[in-house]
Design a protein. Structure first.
Length: 135
């Protein structure tokens, strides 16, 4: 499934959204629905619901801590030229349930820095979904 989403160029955005929204331990139905909507919108409809479900399952199996996954997702966003769009998708998904808490904001900031986004742009992107960056 990651191959399908990767072939569309949105696997990094999916990984970033997954890391940020899992900071509380799991992705709930609201976050899942937000991820589907965001990736469908970002891809112009070429990434669909069942692909997102498979991607979430695959990402759930990956080993490693949230901080390392956030750095890796950010680096991949940078590599794919999707830094700001991917961070916005991740922030949108993370805020879907009860807004963005400090843990999520810290991971989103890590993703942004790793993606090569300047601190003021990270703040601006997070403020678009009603959050603040955490150092």
């Amino acid at each position: 499934a990651l191959d399908v989403v990767h072939s569309h160029g949105y696997d990094a955005a999916a990984a970033a959204a997954h890391v940020a929204s899992r900071s509380d331990g799991k992705i709930d139905d609201t976050e899942r629905a937000a991820m589907i909507k965001a990736l469908e919108t970002l891809s112009g409809g070429s990434v669909i619901e069942w692909e997102v479900d498979l991607v979430v399952e695959e990402l759930d199996k990956e080993k490693g801590g949230a901080e390392a996954k956030a750095k890796a997702a950010g680096a991949k966003l940078k590599e794919q030229g999707q830094a700001e769009a991917g961070l916005l998708v991740a922030a949108y998904v993370a805020q879907a349930t009860d807004g963005i808490d400090k843990k999520e904001a810290k991971l989103l900031t890590t993703i942004g820095k790793s993606a090569g986004i300047a601190a003021d742009r990270i703040k601006a992107i997070l403020s678009e979904v009603g959050a603040e960056a955490e150092e």
